[in-house]
Ligand binder design. Structure first.
Ligand SMILES: Cc1ncc(COP(=O)(O)O)c(C=O)c1O
Length: 416
């Protein structure tokens, strides 16, 4: 008998769809393609020699423990050095038992979804939002309410209006998901005042804040703004970060900091998911921090990415028409472009692929769709001359698109 697999899949699995975007990203592997689409660190940012040294140290000390199963919470000494670092650099008041090591920040996001979202629940996210979080939350049949961003990182007036509206219908959101510093995808940073106000609002309406912070170490200029978690005295914020952008994403190492009640639940959920995080990579990360390599290496990554950001900004200014706007991120890996309303970046995508330059369409980052005239560009991955050439190609595609959409607007074809 043929298996009727569709009948057997869970509702949750049925809701999962192949991401159009991830499919589109495959196109970017065509030879000659200049891709600003993926959110990839540059391989030059991988501390290859340091990793080698760390592995040698591990072999000298004790190779058996890294190859053995570990605790679900994560390697004690790694949690210890992370807690020290979080206190010193981020002013987060935490000890090692407040930290859970996860298989990447992505797992921490998924564990949060598993712990807090029932079908029909409501959660909030800024829009645009990180695609991986949108996907993780989507499977849980929860309702998403989006809050627009502004030049202070989040429109708190709109947040209050939305919360009042939801309250009137008896809806209490469980949490808000936000990337306050050098956001993926927009590159924008939430101001200090808005971080504090967001925490006040969360307290007033009694929901959690999921603060996802993979990029704050990659700061090129301006003042370091402390994370929302550093103001949290009541256990209202779950802080998430990762080694993916400061060591290597292949290690699949992230961490979450939360109050005891929340952390205990996340640990139980993780235990049922993968028992423990990769032990070998945790030992390497520990040697990396404990040996004093991390701070020096982050300085190198910052220099590398700042140069690439500057090249991209200069090329945008040189080649793009004046009616295209973009963000000027002070760190991270992304620039966000807003084009004239007549341009639909979804329709323009195929044309840009023909010209061998790729981006991610803006709509992908909006859970409710829309914003068709925007796109995300990554500046960390491509080589310097590819950045210049890629922006030149993109500008040609945009100019051609503007010319045709202008003609259509002005002289509509007969019968259209
Ligand atoms: C905002 C954000 N959160 C989480 C992740 C996932 O990180 P990780 O590689 O640690 O799973 C990414 C990856 O790009 C990201 O941009």
């Amino acid at each position: 008998m043929v298996v009727n697999i569709d009948r057997l899949f869970s509702k949750r699995a049925t809701r999962l769809r192949a991401s159009e975007i991830r499919e589109l990203l495959k196109i970017t592997q065509i030879p000659g393609m200049i891709s600003f689409a993926g959110g990839l660190p540059n391989p030059l940012a991988f501390p290859v020699d340091i990793i080698n040294e760390c592995i040698e140290k591990i072999y000298q000390k004790d190779i058996n423990s890294p190859l053995q199963y570990g605790t679900t919470e994560g390697l004690t000494q790694l949690r210890g050095v992370l807690a020290e670092r979080m206190k010193k650099n981020n002013h987060i008041n935490c000890e090692l038992h407040d930290i859970l090591i996860t298989s990447g920040a992505q797992q921490a996001i998924s564990l949060v979804a598993l712990c807090f979202l029932d079908p029909g629940d409501t959660y909030l996210t800024t829009a645009p939002a990180y695609l991986g979080a949108i996907q993780a939350f989507h499977a849980f049949e929860a309702n998403c309410e989006t809050i627009p961003m502004n030049d202070e990182g989040i429109d708190t007036d709109s947040l209050r209006r939305n919360l009042k509206r939801l309250n009137r219908t008896g809806v209490n959101p469980k949490f808000i998901y936000t990337v306050p510093t050098f956001q993926n995808p927009s590159g924008e940073t939430m101001s200090l005042n808005h971080r504090k106000e967001l925490l006040e609002i969360a307290s007033e309406y009694d929901f959690l804040i999921i603060e996802d912070d993979p990029y704050s170490e990659l700061i090129f200029e301006g003042e370091h703004i402390p994370p929302i978690k550093s103001f949290d005295t009541k256990g209202r914020v779950i802080y998430i970060s990762t080694f993916s952008k400061i060591l290597a994403p292949g290690f699949r190492l992230g961490w979450a900091i939360a109050s005891k009640d929340i952390l205990d639940k996340l640990i139980l959920t993780k235990q049922a998911t993968d028992l423990c995080t990769n032990g070998f990579s945790q030992y390497i990360a520990y040697e990396y921090i404990n040996g004093g390599y991390l701070d020096k290496h982050v300085e190198k990554i910052k220099k590398l990415y700042k140069k690439k950001r500057d090249i991209m900004l200069k090329a945008l200014k040189e080649y793009l028409p004046s009616n295209v706007k973009w963000t000027v991120p002070k760190g991270g890996m992304f620039i966000w472009l807003t084009l004239p309303k007549s341009i639909d970046t979804r329709l323009m995508f195929q044309k840009s692929i023909i010209k061998k330059v790729a981006y991610v369409i803006g709509e992908a980052f909006y859970p409710e769709g829309g914003n068709y005239n925007s796109m995300r560009l990554n500046f960390s991955y491509s080589e310097d001359d590819q950045i210049r050439e890629g922006i030149k190609r993109l500008s040609e595609v945009i100019q051609e698109e503007l010319a045709t959409t202008y003609q259509q607007d002005t002289f509509p074809a007969e019968g259209v």
